[in-house]
Design a protein around this ligand. Structure first.
Ligand code: DON
Length: 558
């Protein structure tokens, strides 16, 4: 009984932290999908760390407290804005193992083998998260590796009390995990589901994190952790070798930079498609008076769908890993290209996805998580990280205590065949050894007059880009407070399939009927929530942090 009350108290603290309203702070702010992880980041800043230290500590903490997408067995992207105004991006996306090949997911007749790129050891790309987090820490952090990893190690070693959200998620995963004993050992009590209030400890993960704290990247990409990953592969047909792990390197890349009205957009370049598409869509909308036309009006929604149709068509044709395929980033993000690409947009009539195709460019040329961090010095981090699907491949590396991704499905496994987000692709995104699979992750920082005004991003597969697009329009054009900008219902369309999916209450009945009259097809209410845009704005001298109320999470500031 005494313990029951104790756990209930802890649980209610966790629930109270998941406030639907924005949290206000002066000195530092973290917004993430896990209240515990946000608090870890905030405490690091209170100790004197900067936003980069806090982002790294939050990233490792999420690997413990939000295993669906927080990870050390996956990858991600980070946009970092430093107090001196410089913006850099870090690509820690997974890569295809050296033994991967273009047709590795096809059978003898050239058909896609169902599940091979999502639910098998062959689905796993070489993880990038550990290298990425350590790289940004050593370049821009101010605290030691041991200091930023300590809270995550403690949460894994001593455990934390499961809330309803996580207990329910674990139970739902059992049907996918039951063939993997190490996964069941970690996510159940000998096969019996955890319930809210249980203390959840992850000793193997604590040991792996300790090796990383002690040895740096070698604690993951070499030695015992690498041996455990490779053993997991060898036992079950996976491709990742010791060489793949030792060779993995995250990469600093110049941000995609755009302007929208009087704001500057700093976002992720390829191998994510997110930044290019976001800037492209904003460019298409800029000549239109979006604010005056009004939030949720059929006229604005029509323009947005038409922009989405064209941008996603370009994604399928032109976007891939820039180290393997020449992506015309400058051209796709130019105002001139947007003007031409949108010239055939008819304000009265939906265009036909089958006729839109990709824009001409000259020859020369099911879970993720996003967290935002800012400090009072003007440092800001937007980071989106993932295992791809929720809980990735569902395969825990036996003895190492962490889940491995199923990111290989983000490649185009066969030309013009839908992947699990119903995205199409071709040569630009075909599988090659060492190549990064195309992403939609869109971590974004927006500045105005050299001040950070918005830090945002989201999970949601192909819907990510549109979630960020809508948060940006809500803040810049519709002048919403952060809580409304994040909370209000969203919609998604992506060229093909030619349909518009929307959250409940997104469109009024008359907006819906006008959209139908204009010729938009398959307007369907979504059966799931679109995105989880944990964001921060700086306004009226305060940092405002918002954990997306669609899910249990938390913002922590001081
Ligand atoms: O990189 C990508 O675009 C995908 N792997 C992201 C997956 C995702 O967002 C799933 N979350 N809901």
């Amino acid at each position: 009984m005494k313990y029951g009350v104790f756990f209930l108290c802890l649980l209610s603290v966790a629930i109270m932290a998941a406030s639907p309203s924005a949290v206000r702070g002066k000195n530092g702010m973290v917004a993430s999908r896990s209240a515990l992880a946000s608090t870890v980041g905030m405490e690091i800043m209170k100790k004197g760390g900067n936003a980069i230290d806090a982002a790294v500590a939050t990233g490792f903490a999420l690997a413990v407290t939000y295993p669906s997408a927080g990870n050390i067995g996956g990858g991600g992207f980070m946009v970092v804005r430093l107090a001196n105004g410089k913006v850099e991006t870090l690509d820690f996306r997974e890569v295809a193992p050296a033994a991967a090949s273009r047709d590795m997911y096809l059978d003898g007749e050239g058909n896609v083998v169902k599940g091979l790129s999502t639910r098998s050891h062959k689905a796993i790309g070489v993880p990038g998260s550990v290298d990425g987090l350590l790289e940004v820490l050593s370049k821009h952090g101010s605290l030691s590796r041991q200091e930023v990893l300590a809270p995550a190690i403690k949460l894994a070693r001593d455990g934390f009390v499961l809330n309803e959200d996580l207990a329910e998620q674990f139970k739902n995963q059992h049907r996918f995990m039951k063939q993997y004993p190490a996964s069941m050992a970690q996510f159940s009590k000998d096969g019996v589901p955890f319930v809210a209030g249980d203390l959840w400890k992850q000793p193997d993960l604590a040991n792996t994190l300790e090796r990383i704290a002690k040895e740096g990247r070698d604690g993951f990409y070499k030695g015992k952790t690498a041996d455990l990953i490779v053993a997991e592969m060898k036992n079950s047909g996976g491709l990742i070798s010791h060489e793949d792990l030792a060779n993995y390197r995250s990469k600093w890349r110049a941000p995609v930079k755009g302007t929208y009205r009087d704001h500057t957009i700093w976002t992720m370049p390829p191998p994510s498609s997110g930044g290019v598409l976001l800037v492209q869509m904003l460019n298409m909308l800029e000549p239109h008076k979006i604010g005056e036309m009004g939030y949720g009006s059929a006229a604005v929604v029509h323009l947005m769908i038409e922009a989405q149709r064209r941008a996603y068509a370009d994604r399928a044709e032109h976007l891939g890993d820039p180290d393997y395929y020449k992506v015309p980033v400058e051209m796709l993000t130019s105002k001139e290209y947007a003007r031409k690409r949108f010239a055939d947009m008819d304000p009265e009539k939906a265009s036909d996805s089958d006729l839109i195709g990709a824009g001409e460019v000259p020859a020369e040329s099911m879970e993720t998580t996003h967290y935002s961090v800012m400090d009072a010095r003007g440092n800001a981090v937007a980071c989106t990280t993932t295992l791809n699907h929720g809980y990735g491949s569902r395969i825990v590396a036996s003895g190492a205590g962490f889940l491995l991704n199923n990111e290989m499905d983000d490649f185009s496994v066969k030309a013009n065949t839908f992947n699990s987000y119903r995205l199409l692709g071709g040569v630009a995104n075909e599988i090659q050894p060492g190549k990064r699979m195309l992403s939609s992750m869109t971590p974004t920082i927006i500045t105005r007059d050299d001040l950070v005004v918005l830090v945002t991003g989201s999970p949601g597969g192909s819907t990510i880009i549109n979630t960020v697009f809508q948060v940006v329009l809500n803040v810049v054009d519709h002048k919403m407070d952060l809580s409304d900008a994040v909370a209000l219902p969203r919609f998604h369309s992506q060229w093909k399939p030619n349909r518009v999916v929307f959250e409940p209450h997104c469109f009024s009945p008359d907006t819906l009927s006008i959209l139908k009259l204009k010729g938009h097809k398959e307007l369907t209410e979504a059966r799931w929530r679109l995105g989880d845009a944990n964001s921060i704005v700086f306004k009226d001298g305060y940092l405002w942090g918002m954990s997306d109320p669609r899910n249990t999470g938390g913002a922590s500031g001081y």
